[in-house]
Design a protein. Sequence first.
Length: 349
Amino acid sequence: MVTNPGQAVGDPPDAALLGLDADRRILLSRRARITTPPGGQRIYRLELGPLTLPSGQILACDPSWQSFDGRPFARRVLPGRYPVIVTCVGDGDEPHAHDRVAAAAILLRDELPTRWELALCDNQKLADLQPGEIFGYGVDGGTGCFVDTEVAASLAANKRHVNRLLREFQKAEYRPQLHSFDEMPAIAIFQSGWGDGFYASYWGLGARDEPVCLVTDFSVLLQPITATLRFGQSAPLAPGPLAHPVLARADLEIDVTAVSATDLALAVRGATDRLQALHLLAGGDPPTSIAHAYDLTTGPRSADYQLRFEPTAHIILELELLLGTRFMDIVDDPLPPAPRSPVLRRRRA
């Protein structure tokens, strides 16, 4: 069996970069800026006020879609009132109503996190996740929220409350805010980053390994780590495995199972969602695109492609891979120390 060696288009990502755990402390910043492109966007935080958590069990969801009928996080906090902040990204130096929400957080202690842990619901296990996968909640209405499960149960039982909440949110031009329920600030509601999608929440843990905050990251400040590989440039494609260090790093095994002047069959195994795009090129200087049709059969961690194209003597297979994410180039602009939250001060007293 022939092995098909590949070549990276450009510099492949550093393996060490892919193993880093993102430090989301920038999402708690009072003021920062994105440095690329030069003079880029501003990052600032809005203080929404204290959120009431009667039971200490927190639900994060899209209220416009799930109507508060979701699964809460397994980890509980002490019942009480905790400040909620929202991190926004905008073009100007002053906040604007239509700036994009990058993250929302509940602050549990006056302490910065030292590490991050994916927030799990009951029966969710990190060991069940494949590389690149997350647990989180789906958004179909461009909206996210934090709410205590006791409040969520009351809201889910009466759709009029939910409809009124969403009308008020729309009337306020979708600005992040706290809404009251039973005369207490009980629902933090905000837009979700770029809109619909699937978003994870993280516990920020402090020096004593206790939670100091809960953050939902809407992936606005993240950049993809990608790689483009080409196979068939130095020698014709033949049945056999594709070989390149980036494929192993991406948890992918790809085999050419059949190849001719008009057909190409591929078997993909592993983290198949990392394969973002597949192109066929005709050999030349430079290579040119080949129009093709294909059939795709998928299963758990598997994908089989059958590609058909016009007769071509020299085929180059190009793969675009998504390997991970990293934060944009961000600089924290320090401000004078802010006064400690009176809510948290009362809790320690």
